[in-house]
Write a protein that binds this ligand. Sequence first.
Ligand code: ASP
Length: 324
Amino acid sequence: MTSPAHANDRPTALVIHGGAGVIERDALDAGEDRAIRADLDRALDAGHAVLARGGSALDAAEAAVRALEESPRFNAGKGAVFNAEGRHELDASVMEGHTRRAGAVAGVTTVRNPVRLARAVMEHSPHVMLIGDGAEAFADTRPELDRVDNRWFDTDHRREQLEQAQAREAAARHSGAADPADLKGTYFGTVGAVALDAHGHIAAATSTGGMTNKRWGRVGDSPVIGAGTWADDRCGVSGTGWGEFFIRAAVAHDICARVAYRGDSLQAAADEVLMNVVPGLGGDGGAIALDADGNIAMPFNTSGMYRGWVKPDGSRGTAIFREE
Ligand code: ASP
């Protein structure tokens, strides 16, 4: 399928993800597969419409992430995972490449679209990152933000995931067999977008509910600028995976630093970080990356990553598994 990807004759491009993780073909029935791809397509439509009318990369990335937050199928906004107390604590961030402005929130509980709050932090506060009650109090000053009861984010399948995680944890405590620190496969469905606009500007955005059964105010990479999200004037990244390792590897910044300092191609830089550095530390996950020429990279070391793209030539697609 093609659509015009040029405005003012400069290439535009958009890449999105709906999370990396254990996504097996056999476990995903045809209806669910179709529904996920339709949601990815809707997010591409939302983001690309902005780019096609000459809008900013920031608006496009936010629009795509918002569309994914509204879908109950991804772990962001509606459909976010439950923490150990059976509630939702949401994290999000945005970064605008050419200005290096950034905004982030962590542990928010009543903001329907955390990516909008992250952007508001960037544009309407002197700060980059706000957390918990303070982020909620800042949200109170922004009447344009929709607020919801925390239970609005609930979905049955996330509650089942919490129950399974807590049952596994209890079994591990009794038998001592499983390693409770092994969180592989317990994350799923974080969303993100990176856009290149007709002015040659790049922006990235990421939003998540974090990890199922998290406690102690745990915050992963998604709202950490340089770890889950990064954009500069040549390169932008949004990550998804076992966040502790993405923080330790400064994944998003490392990819763009390799492009800037070493002259690596975007693909080589993204592959090296996701296929070697992160697994070398013991972590897993994936990332989407985009450069100023509209090149796109989408490496992941898990069995799947929900993803979609619109390239500068207008070609677009969605994919879930490795071999597609
Ligand atoms: N990276 C996210 C986190 O650790 C989870 C995910 O990507 O699904 O919070």
